[in-house]
Design a protein around this ligand. Structure first.
Ligand code: GDP
Ligand code: MG
Length: 162
């Protein structure tokens, strides 16, 4: 049993998820949070912030050569963003599945972007695309003390304990 718990702990991952200003303004916060929560993932950090343009440029630094970069950073810094860290087995990759393809015209129905967004420039949500970006983005948006480690009562039902 102890070994099972240790194996479970070893597989735990964290990812950075943000509801962009369009998702916040469209009152989709609870809808989006509930999809991660109902799946069985655990919320370990959350805050609402209006990022500066410079901060948005840091967040999207890997896209700085793209023609939409300036507009994208203007948009991210145009209003409140709900920044979160979610934890769970496979949460980085599965979080991206819950979110759906970048272009909502190509996102499957049932995904967040597929169900709730129409165009790529207003696709309402961000999710880290891999373990390295997850680590970098969590460090960019949150101080270590803003991340809360706790045991959820649902964990033994989500993961099993034998
Ligand atoms: P993501 O990881 O699925 O969010 O996609 P990317 O990392 O490739 O791009 C980051 C964000 O830039 C996307 O979520 C979109 O908001 C925006 N974006 C990506 N491609 C385009 C594009 O072709 N046009 C515009 N206007 N925005 C884009
Ligand atoms: Mg991306």
């Amino acid at each position: 049993m102890l070994q099972e718990q240790e194996a479970h702990a070893a597989e735990m991952e964290r990812t950075f998820i943000a509801i962009k200003p369009d998702g916040v303004q469209r009152a989709l916060i609870s809808e989006i949070i509930s999809r991660f929560e109902r799946k069985g993932f655990k919320l370990v950090a959350i805050k609402i912030v209006i990022p500066s343009k410079g901060f948005a440029e840091k967040h999207y630094h890997d896209l700085k050569e793209r023609p939409f970069f300036n507009g994208l950073c203007d948009f991210l810094s145009s209003g409140p963003v709900l920044a979160m860290v979610w934890e769970g087995e496979g949460v980085i990759k599965y979080g991206r599945k819950l979110i759906g393809a970048t272009d909502p015209q190509k996102s499957e129905p049932g995904t967040i972007r597929g169900d709730l967004a129409v165009v790529v420039g207003r696709n309402i949500i961000h999710g880290s695309d891999g373990p390295e970006t997850a680590k970098d983005e969590i460090n960019l948006w949150f101080k270590p003390e803003e991340l809360v480690s706790y045991t959820s009562n649902t964990e033994k039902w989500v993961y099993g304990d034998n």
